[in-house]
Design a protein around this ligand. Structure first.
Ligand code: ADP
Ligand code: MG
Ligand code: MG
Length: 364
């Protein structure tokens, strides 16, 4: 356990540390809630340690977060948004003025004001949540669309590069360190038979037919704060993977994570299905905010994006299974294989409904 009082003292919190404890259900960073007494008033903050095993270069990452949040705040103020500080994360500076602080062990820490009267959800319960989350991610892309200066730093290089994800799968098949290839030939053939799909978006980005945008790249419902009272999506959080990418990646991951009622590691794959009403809710929310910038090609690829991102994730699970479960945490021997199979089932469900999905997009 880290000394939260000592870490907090590295930041300009304008008051006395009262208490701190682990907070939320994030899987990547260490997240804490810290209460501070400011002249008799108790205020809480989010204190986070950046996971430097996942994000190898925390300082350029923090510079991304600083640029994106400063820009978003500026835009919101220009639009006279009455609660600009609730609509974007903002960084509390360290006492030396930097947007982060390093502790003696080399950990990189940051502090955000706590966004009150709102929360994230781990499980999607309603179509309204889908509409609101998708709208919020669209708003985020809109806010960052005209970010000035250099492109953002790539915090995880080739994160959504499905061409290199597929190449990594082929490498793992070649290496086959645990002799697992023979058990999963069916799954391998299934993914390899969809090779052309893996290259499509990467090629469009290369040729310039698809624009490179500033995208979030981790568009799960638990990365959006929904207002406690109105249910409105008010603020996108978890900006570690915000970097250059395609709008297709953000929307595709929403389809992957929001439309199926089954867990990612469900063993009974008959439960895995792309629910059209959830897809429609995502389209409704996303298009309402993204219509001002989406190109016709991006819009036409929205149904396919779900297939692409689900395939990408499945490829990663299969690669990890073949490599001996070195990347994703597993809780049972065939955990990664189960995950790989749910992604296949979801892709098949999307493929079967592709025409109807296109018709839904055409209606918005
Ligand atoms: P991870 O990358 O580990 O998922 P997140 O940045 O998503 O970390 O934070 C984990 C959880 O902490 C979120 O799901 C959310 O519930 C909570 N959280 C993060 N930032 C804030 C904030 N500014 N205000 C309130 N809650 C927050
Ligand atoms: Mg998160
Ligand atoms: Mg995260």
């Amino acid at each position: 356990m880290h000394d939260l009082k000592a870490v907090s003292s590295l930041f300009d919190l304008r008051g006395d540390f009262v208490q701190g404890y682990s907070y939320g259900s994030g899987h990547i960073n260490d997240t804490y809630c810290v209460w501070v007494d400011q002249a008799g008033l108790r205020i809480r903050y989010i204190l986070q340690r950046v996971n430097h095993n996942v994000f190898r270069q925390p300082i350029p990452l923090m510079e991304n977060v600083k640029r994106v949040t400063d820009h978003a705040l500026k835009r919101l103020k220009e639009e006279n948004c009455p609660e600009a500080y609730r609509r974007t994360l903002t960084l509390v500076p360290a006492v030396d003025g930097k947007p982060y602080a390093l502790d003696a062990d080399g950990n990189c820490w940051r502090v955000y004001p706590f966004i009150e009267r709102a929360r994230t959800y781990d499980q999607i319960e309603t179509t309204k949540q889908c509409v609101e989350a998708a709208r919020a991610f669209g708003d985020f892309q809109k806010l960052t669309a005209d970010l000035p200066g250099e492109p953002l730093f790539e915090t995880i290089p080739n994160f959504h590069n499905t061409t290199s994800r597929l190449a990594a799968l082929k490498d793992a098949i070649q290496a086959d360190p645990l002799g697992r290839v023979k058990e999963v030939q069916k799954e391998i053939d299934w993914y390899l038979s969809r090779e052309a799909d893996c290259h499509l978006v990467v090629d469009y980005l290369k040729s310039g037919e698809l624009p490179l945008r500033c995208t979030h790249n981790d568009t799960k419902l638990n990365n959006v704060m929904l207002d406690d009272v109105t249910g409105e999506g008010i603020c996108v959080i978890d900006l570690d993977t915000t970097m250059p990418g395609s709008a297709i990646y953000d929307f595709g991951d929403m389809i992957r994570t929001a439309t199926s009622p089954a867990a990612e590691d469900e063993k009974d794959i008959s439960k895995v299905t792309m629910r059209m009403f959830m897809f429609e809710a995502l389209v409704q929310g996303y298009v309402s905010s993204a219509k001002s910038f989406l190109t016709p090609l991006e819009k036409s690829l929205l149904p396919f994006s779900g297939k692409l991102l689900t395939m990408e994730c499945g490829i990663r699970f299969l690669t990890d299974y073949l490599s001996g479960d070195v990347y994703f945490k597993i809780h049972r021997p065939e955990h990664n294989l189960d995950r790989c199979r749910t992604q296949m089932a979801l892709v098949e469900s999307i493929e079967a409904q592709m025409d109807e999905m296109k018709a839904v997009v055409d209606r918005y």
